[in-house]
Each structure stands twice: as structure tokens, then as C-alpha cells.
Design a protein around this ligand. Sequence first.
Ligand code: GLU
Length: 470
Amino acid sequence: MQVVTRFAPSPTGFLHIGGARTALFNWLFARHHGGRFLLRIEDTDRARSTQAAVDAIFDGLKWLGLDGDGEAVFQFARMDRHAEVARQLVAEGKAYYCYCTPEELDAIRAGQKAEGKPTRYPGIWRDRDPSEAPVGVPGVVRLRAPQEGETVIDDLVQGEVKVANAQLDDMVLLRGDGTPTYMLSVVVDDHDMGITHVIRGDDHLTNAFRQYQLYKACGWDAPRFAHIPLIHGPDGAKLSKRHGALGAEAYRDMGFLPEAMRNYLLRLGWGHGDDEIITTEQAVEWFTLDNVGRSPSRFDMTKLTNLNGHYMRNADDARLVELLAPLLAAKLGHAVDADAQARLLAGMGGMKERAKTLVELTDLAAFYARRRPLALDDKAAKVAADAEQMALLSEYAATIEAAEWKKDVLEEAARVFAEGKGQKLGKVAQPLRAALTGSSVSPPIFEVMEVLGRAETLGRIADTTAKGRP
Ligand code: GLU
């Protein structure tokens, strides 16, 4: 049997962190088994579904690298097929028309509530002759659900879960206007798409019982279910926006790498011994549902950030430059030209060690891409306004005009120069940093000089020492 999984988001909002994890688990499970991972957009709630949300979901999945196999299925477009199944069930006596009016149902519910009983449809039309149907009342189609015994699901995460059938009433499959209900659509689609494993949040566990009954009524094999515990906030409460319940694009904008995000999402509810760093290749090799935990996981931004730092340090330099260029262009307000890109590439080794996110890297790297003359921050401006320091910098610059342009050579020259002046190396490094980076923090400054190259270095120094002159 080929494994077929699916991710079936409702496009009423962005791809949030819980959805992204569900997608990842389905994707990994399918890849692990050499199966297929399908996408289905559950857009039957016409009032709340939007194209913007559909786009955000596709974008988020693409960014995370969770590619689906084949075209996505749109649930609303399959409405006729769903309705056809309901009518077939009626023809087979497995479902029936119910003509209760909303007022009647309200009254029944109110009565049940008053008696402290659970509100359930009491099967009024279950055995009534359809010839008794009132004129002008559009009937709904209800499943003739089993009333005795129990429905048992052997959930791959939760274990055996069951419900007494007496607790489930005859659910509506088709509304009075002929539109299918969510429950019907999900079952028909999962069946038609050949889904073998339904992996989703455990907020859908109660739906699974009704869905299971519907599969049986249709004479279909139910898929295996795996209901994963939800993600909570760091304080154990339900995940909220404050905790990080944001869309995938928000994480991209915060500067996280997709591979770090995948690793982090994987660890939210799944484990492989004590391993924290798990590459996607390893995850595909190791992922099974046995290792999905049974208690809710906690979302922890600090962990995600640290994990991202790991992936940043190990990322390919050229790829980081590519990711950085548009961020820098947005920050600086001008394109990052080829010279600047070459500098970023040469300086990446020294920078990626110091940044945990692409946003931090952008801040750190901006000086390599800035155009002359550099704007100086407050601290650097103070240094530049100090005539003595600027004079020292000019003199040092004169000593290296013809030097071999290597960081060790430049540093040694600075050391010798400072000693000659009876000064510490820092006395040269400080104005140098101000002039070359426009700030008081940077990667090691002689490395910066080597990366900037002779012309750019001397040019930036000249700009600043000229500025500093009275
Ligand atoms: N559309 C449902 C949701 O977004 C998922 C349904 C399912 O996975 O069965 O929560």
C-alpha cells in the first residue's frame, strides 16, 4: 500500500505555526514511506475563505520547502460530488431526510438543556415515512448513525479511543439548501484522494468518530488516524499571538531560515532520543508516528532563535548573500551592487558566526553594502569629531597605502604604528572602525579592511578624516 497523506487547511487565515507543523508531519510521513503528500484547500466556508489566505498558505508551504505532489484540491469545487454521496446514502437507507424546522430543533434543544441533558437530535425523522414530509420545508439529509455499541478508533498517536454511539446523534450531511456539510466533504475528499493516513491536530479527534461512522456507512475503508497534541505557549496556555502564533511569513520576516524552522517544528511534538539538531534528510529517514509525544509541546522563541543561529553558522555563504541582498536593499534604500555583494561574500565567515537571524545579519552586514561617504552613528560621529584620533588615523592610513592587503599585515602595521606613537592598538582600531563601518561594533576590523579592499578602505578613511577636520 502506498502511503498518501494530506494537509487540509481552511483558508481563513495565514499558515500558522500549528498548521505548518501539521503540514511538516504529513510531508515527512509521506516522504519517509516513499508515498505522496497532497494539499487540499478546505474553502467551503465561503464567508470566511479568502484568496489572500490561499496565497499565504501556498507561500508559507513553499518557503518551508513542503512541496505537495500534484495540484492542490479545492474542496468547494467538489460540492456536487459530496452531495451525490449523500443522496446515494439516502437511496441505500443509510441516511434520511429530516424535515424538522429550525424552530422545532431550537425547542428540542431548549428542553434538553432545561433537563440538564446533552443537546442531541433525537432521531425524529429517522423512522418516519418520507410521505409524511411537510410541503415547502426543505429537508436536510442526516446520517442514520448506529445507536448502540461504540465507535472505536485505533489512533496512531492517541492509542485506542472510543465513544458510545448513543452519544453521537444523526449528523447533518446535506443542508436544506443542498450544500454539503464540512464533515461530509472531508470524508468524501479523503476517500476520493486515496488518503491512507490522516495526521492532524487533536482538536479534530471528536470529529474523527463521526467521520469514521460515515466511512462505514459509505462502505469505504477509513484511513488511519493520528491526532497530534496541540502546541501551547511557553506558559502552558493555549498558543496565542503573543506566544508566537503567527503566520509562516512572519517567521520569514523575522529572519529565520526554513531549515531551522523545519527542525524546530519537528521537535515540537516529535523526538529522536536527545537529538536537537536534526537535518531534514535525517528527519525523513527517522520520522515515524511512534515518536510523537502525547502531551502538548511548548513553543519557545529562544530555542527557535538559537537553533536558527546554528543553521546560520552552517549555511552556505553565497546563499546567505543571496538572502541578504534584498533585505539590505530594503534597509539601505538602494540596490546592493556587485562590488558590495563580493564584499558580503568575503566577509560572511566573520559575520554569520555573530548573527542568529537574517535580520541580525542584515544589521551587522549593512556597512559592507553602504555607499560612500558613510553616515556615522552617534558613537562613531564622536570619534570622527576628535581631531587627535583623526590625525592618528590619517597617519596610519599613509603607512599602509602600499602595504600588502592582508589582515595580518595590516594589523602588524597598526601595531608597529601605535607603538611608535606610544599608544595601544585600540587607539588606531577605534577611529578605524568608526571610519570603515560608521559604528562602534563590527567584525574584527583588520578582517573588515581586507574584505573592503585597499581602495574602499582608504576612501572611507579619507571621507571620515576629512569630515573630522575643523
Ligand atoms: N480544515 C481543517 C483545519 O484547517 C483540517 C481538517 C482535517 O485535517 O481533517 O483545521
